[in-house]
Design a protein around this ligand. Structure first.
Ligand code: URA
Length: 260
């Protein structure tokens, strides 16, 4: 009798694939899990451990700065629960739900947009409308599957009529973004559009002037680029956005190589 040896399915790989599948379905409006806080916390821990164990995921556990990153999952979920209940500014009164952000607590890259739009407010997830689809393609073009990136916003609740968030609203929400960055410790932040770029760089210059340049915030590298919603309206700027994306990829590789 000939016995053929097949490698045993790797539980971590299966779990990771299952999580990715459920997240994709949720983005399409099919939320099979409908998790409460305890379930979300469990899922956050699973997601973090899968991301930490996946081949190609840098050995972030070696980091000497702060506790091992795998423990960031539950703390991040707690923070997100706080965000969901927040009423610190008037936006909290007009939203359907807050959108804390999503992605692994161990993400190397954090993308920061302006604030949720109508679809995001309905689904409770960031960048799920047409701009989100373009963002997903932009990330994939530099070999970053969306599931590996943490995607958040400067303000977590939808400004009425999709207007820009006001200074007071940004100020009220900013500590949440700071805490997310402290927990996730991304190697690199991408600021999408003028509002995020101003908030993360402190620069008052327009996005077309500062896009593709390097800044530092909370001790982390920040690279601004155009917001995907702007690129949908003005596709002539996609070439410049592509240059920025290539720089983001190069910088990420440098940071990983030096374990920064
Ligand atoms: N635009 C943003 O800035 N953020 C979102 O989450 C969606 C659209």
């Amino acid at each position: 009798m000939i016995l053929t040896h097949r490698p045993a399915p790797n539980l971590q790989t299966l779990t990771g694939d299952l999580i990715a599948l459920l997240e994709r379905e949720k983005r399409r409006g099919r939320d099979y899990l409908r998790l409460g806080p305890a379930g979300r916390q469990t899922l956050a821990v699973l997601t973090a451990s899968v991301a930490a164990g996946r081949p190609g995921t840098p050995a972030r556990m070696r980091s000497t700065a702060g506790p091992p990153r795998i423990e960031a999952g539950p703390a991040l979920e707690q923070l997100h629960e706080k965000i969901r209940n927040c009423r610190s500014c008037p936006l909290g009164g007009g939203r359907r739900q807050a959108v804390p952000g999503e992605g692994p607590a161990t993400a190397d890259v954090m993308v920061v947009g302006e604030g949720p739009g109508e679809e995001e407010d309905r689904l409770g997830q960031p960048f799920v409308g047409p701009a989100g689809e373009l963002l997903t393609r932009m990330l994939l073009a530099i070999d970053l599957p969306r599931e590996k990136v943490f995607i958040g916003n400067v303000v977590k609740c939808r400004p009425p009529g999709n207007r820009n968030p006001e200074a007071g609203e940004i100020r009220a929400c900013f500590p949440f973004l700071q805490e997310q960055v402290r927990l996730i410790k991304p190697r690199l932040l991408v600021a999408l559009g003028g509002v995020a770029a101003r908030a993360l760089t402190g620069s008052e210059r327009g996005i077309s002037e500062i896009r593709g340049k390097s800044f530092s915030w909370e001790g982390r590298l920040v690279i601004p680029t155009y917001h995907p919603a702007y690129l949908l309206r003005s596709p002539e700027y996609k070439r410049e956005a592509w240059e920025d994306l290539k720089k983001i990829r190069r910088e990420l590789e440098r940071l990983i190589a030096n374990d920064l």
